[in-house]
Design a protein around this ligand. Structure first.
Ligand SMILES: *[C@@H]1O[C@H](CO)[C@@H](O)[C@H](O)[C@H]1NC(C)=O
Ligand SMILES: *[C@@H]1O[C@H](CO)[C@@H](O)[C@H](O)[C@H]1NC(C)=O
Ligand SMILES: *[C@@H]1O[C@H](CO)[C@@H](O)[C@H](O)[C@H]1NC(C)=O
Length: 645
């Protein structure tokens, strides 16, 4: 059967146009960014205000992480923020993005932070830089590179630990010199630089706090203002001597008591909410977190009436593409995985379009700050392309998959972690011989699963999220046990050393199984997957549709044509499939999991699409629908929790 399926392509009826991304169109009449020679950004402690070039200054800012949107789209999103009346964009810097492996640095494409800052300035926005090095942000390992756990398995992150401090110093030696020219008093847009991140929620060590302040100030040199931010009850430990303290909180009827708590630690200075939450983060297996506009408006007004400066977290959330989503540790043994979308119910949605919340907030901001003469960029049209049929190409246990996608197998008495194998994410296959069963059924138990284990021939799934770590097994399983373990994202909050894979032993009736063959499937090189598709014999793929994939995670692929030159954003709807990751034209859109939700559709930006033939690949871990199709739709669906029976 021809694997190529011609989708009926009917493109959006509205005109899709490419927004002019060079900054020429900016109306600079009310320019924020002054060219004065004596640029200063200071605090007036007497009058509780910021002073920019000796003039009173306050900001209403918005958080936008460059690493959650394609770089071609940054300008327009920044302009949409400015059009809301915001005068600041605030961003974290993600260490793991720029330093994905030891001694290897990336500064281009989505990692081109210099370009992001330059574009922010061109769009008439000041910048607040939050270099962490820990950022939380619902990102894998809170933005720390996983390889720290390979290099130093006992490293104490965010502590006064010599290995950790050495690596932070080395990272800042790369990052900070690039930032220096952009500091406000060096002529750039960066007015503030954060030191650590909500540190008071984690620990209280003055040695570490002073060290990280000095390490930051070494580069900032007073050319921008250093600050911390913490929840109202965490400021005591989060505050660093000589660093300006700010708060973070969402809508509340107790805002005055929050400011009182800040005042106890810092009697004077402007009031700042560095993370004001107009939406909230969402985990898989729960409802999409939505926050009503009314209380957001009320609390915003209250803060602005107190002369506070406010930064919305998030104003634009974006997407956790690829394997970048993190997870939260909600207490002992609790593990909750962040969804791929970081829509966040923010004022600008996942595609960057203004929502009703955006317009409501813009109205309030306009009462306090001068709204620039910039029209609000309109919602961009979206397109539906209909159904695309996918064909199975290969099961990951096949020789073809192993040869092209698998790492060289390692033999080990006990299972090894992803980090021990120096593998960032994806899957690891653990294989061993099964013993002769002395009970029918017997119990297969894994000490610690990080995070989800698929046991073959298909027996079932063990899950850290759902605290399921044992399962009945009998001779139907055959002689050879194969366990695929999925890394669902390293914990991003309060940051334990969250090693992935099988930790400890696999036991049958309490007796450990030994002598494992361990093969990694990191899925970082798309060309490897293409090679599997090219060399596999899809006729031989044994798929049982409408039930669990019996022999292992399976690669599915298909094509669709775009015949109209007007290409728009779309959404990939994998309803009917189980759980996996989706690639379009080689780009990893991230994890999907429509059987539980709440996120159903994956955002597919138009910049990833081509005139002509486009390729979709799914690495499906659980099941395929009878019709074998995914749908490209013009409507996102993030509210599908618990919809499938
Ligand atoms: C800059 O500072 C110098 C020295 O304080 C002063 O003479 C000069 O007038 C200032 N220039 C501006 C543009 O404020
Ligand atoms: C806000 O600032 C204005 C102008 O400086 C001042 O008159 C007013 O008292 C301040 N309001 C509060 C609540 O501090
Ligand atoms: C796969 O590789 C193994 C080991 O090299 C070999 O024994 C087996 O025959 C191969 N299977 C197929 C279907 O080629």
């Amino acid at each position: 059967m021809d694997p190529k399926y011609q989708a009926i392509v009917w493109l959006c009826l509205t005109i899709c146009y490419d927004f002019n991304v060079n900054g020429n169109e900016i109306i600079n009449a009310s320019s924020n960014v002054q060219q004065s020679k004596n640029r200063t950004f200071r605090i007036d402690f007497t009058n509780n205000q910021f002073l920019m070039d000796d003039q009173p200054f306050r900001y209403v800012g918005g958080e936008f992480h460059y690493f959650r949107a394609l770089p071609q789209t940054w300008s327009k999103k920044l302009r949409t923020m400015r059009a809301a009346g915001l005068n600041v964009v605030s961003t974290y810097v993600e260490w793991s993005l720029h330093n994905p492996s030891d001694n290897h640095y990336v500064w281009d494409g989505i990692a081109d932070i210099v370009k992001f800052i330059t574009l922010a300035e061109a769009e008439d926005l000041f910048v607040i830089l939050r270099p962490g090095p820990y950022i939380c942000a619902e990102r894998d390992m809170g933005g720390f590179p996983y390889w720290l756990l390979h290099k130093y398995p006992r490293v104490q992150l965010r502590k006064y630990d010599s290995d950790y401090l050495k690596e932070v110093r080395k990272w800042y030696e790369q990052l900070m010199p690039k930032m220096e020219p952009f500091l406000y008093e060096n002529g750039g847009p960066i007015i503030m630089v954060q030191v650590e991140n909500e540190y008071g929620s984690f620990d209280c060590d003055p040695n570490y706090k002073n060290w990280i302040r000095e390490e930051t100030e070494k580069y900032v040199q007073g050319k921008a203002l250093l600050f911390t931010n913490d929840g109202p009850d965490q400021v005591r430990c989060g505050k660093i001597d000589g660093v300006f303290a700010t708060l973070d909180f969402g809508t509340s009827s107790r805002i005055d008591t929050y400011w009182d708590k800040l005042r106890k630690m810092q009697p004077n200075g402007p009031l700042v909410n560095s993370e004001y939450y107009p939406g909230w983060l969402t985990h898989w297996q729960e409802k999409m977190q939505r926050v009503d506009t009314k209380p957001i408006v009320a609390s915003l007004r209250q803060m602005l009436n107190s002369n506070a400066s406010v930064n919305f977290y998030m104003f634009f959330g974006g997407t956790n593409f690829g394997f970048t989503a993190g997870a939260n540790d909600g207490g002992p043994g609790s593990y909750n995985v962040d969804v791929t979308s970081y829509d966040y119910d923010a004022p600008m949605d996942e595609a960057g379009d203004p929502t009703p919340k955006y317009y409501a907030l813009r109205d309030v901001i306009g009462e306090y700050l001068h709204l620039p003469n910039i029209p609000v960029p309109q919602k961009e049209p979206k397109m539906s392309l209909g159904a695309v049929r996918l064909q199975p190409a290969s099961i990951l246990t096949s020789n073809t998959s192993r040869r092209h996608m698998g790492t060289t197998p390692v033999h080990s008495r006990s299972p090894m972690t992803f980090e021990a194998l120096n593998q960032y994410s994806g899957l690891i296959l653990y294989e061993a011989n099964l013993p002769i069963f002395n009970r029918d059924p017997s119990t297969l138990k894994i000490d610690k699963i990080r995070d989800r284990a698929y046991i073959y021939n298909f027996i079932g799934i063990l899950s850290r999220e759902n605290k399921i770590n044992e399962i009945p097994i009998n001779s139907n399983a055959g002689d050879r046990l194969q366990i695929f373990v999925e890394n669902q994202g390293r914990i991003n909050y309060n940051i334990p050393n969250d090693f992935k894979g099988i930790i400890g032993e696999v036991r049958i009736n309490e007796v450990p199984i030994h002598d494992w063959t361990i093969t990694g499937f990191p899925m970082e090189k798309y060309a490897d997957i293409e090679n599997v598709i090219r060399y596999s014999d899809s006729e031989k793929v044994d798929i049982a549709y409408h039930s669990y994939l019996r022999h292992g995670p399976t690669i599915f692929h298909g094509e669709f044509d775009i015949t109209d030159s007007a290409i728009c954003d779309t959404y990939l709807d994998p309803t009917g499939w189980g759980k996996g990751i989706a690639f379009v034209n080689g780009f990893n859109l991230g994890r999907y999991w429509p059987v539980i939700g709440p996120q159903i559709t994956l955002y597919l930006p138009k910049e990833l699409l081509l005139f002509g033939t486009n390729k979709i690949v799914l690495i499906e871990l659980q099941k395929a629908p009878d019709n074998g199709t995914v749908v490209l739709t013009d409507t996102p669906d993030l509210d599908g929790y618990n919809r499938v029976k």
